[in-house]
Design a protein around this ligand. Sequence first.
Ligand SMILES: Nc1ncnc2c1ncn2[C@@H]1O[C@H](COP(=O)(O)OP(=O)(O)OP(=O)(O)O)[C@@H](O)[C@H]1O
Ligand SMILES: [Mg+2]
Length: 253
Amino acid sequence: MQKRTVIAVSGKGGTGKTIVAALLVKILTGNSKSILAIDADPDSNLPEALGVEVKGTVGGIREKLLSGRDQIPPGVVKRDLLEYQIMEILTETPNFDLLVMGRPEGPGCYCAVNHLLREIIDTFAKNYDVVVIDTEAGLEHLSRRTTRDVDTLLVVTDPTKRGLMTAKRIKDLVKELNISINKIYVIANRVTEPTIGPIKKSAAELGLTLIGIIPEDQNITQFDLNGRPIIELSPNSPALKSIAQIAQALELF
Ligand SMILES: Nc1ncnc2c1ncn2[C@@H]1O[C@H](COP(=O)(O)OP(=O)(O)OP(=O)(O)O)[C@@H](O)[C@H]1O
Ligand SMILES: [Mg+2]
């Protein structure tokens, strides 16, 4: 078994970050890995994609504590209480666990609580072989530094020059802010046959490493239409086959 890997999925809004994160979780569950999925998008939708219900969010725990609604009984250490509450909101399934971050800290936030929460999550995440994080659209999570200590950042783009330019900006920002991320790869999603050549060319011109191409998949459209969790997508689906190739290229199995 190789060492633990933290993968974060980022990109422009609506490019397919959540789909990619959910399908990665699906692919990896078939490989006897222990997986933690983290929904770090305040506009959370990874739970639906994974077909699970959540009991609460890390943001909810923080707000309750800060509002003073959570009276800490004498003799209870704050860290222990927060740890217990995080375990309470963790969704456990036979194949993976899911943690939802919820709203980010507000301007009046007492930072020590956040620091404590982050430390608890970092320690707890070490129990898993793979951590897959679905991030918020755009670049703000990078400048707020909520995305850090990531091994692999996957930037999802649509097959457009504009999408690739966002990917390039994300790559540049990581470098500029000196964020600890080992590798950055681009995934082109919803690619149709005629766009394959141009997208490869543009990525190369921008100095981006294209790790995989996911086709437009009618099965995903059908699932969307019927509100079915994407994790139930058939293994024969073209998008899932592409994700399997990407996981292989990332040496995840
Ligand atoms: N390969 C694909 N084939 C068909 N439809 C797709 C594909 N990838 C994504 N979609 C559809 O595109 C829409 C956006 O996907 P998704 O929610 O994963 O994007 P996102 O980047 O997470 O969006 P947001 O920025 O809002 O979080 C969804 O309706 C999804 O089903
Ligand atoms: Mg999303």
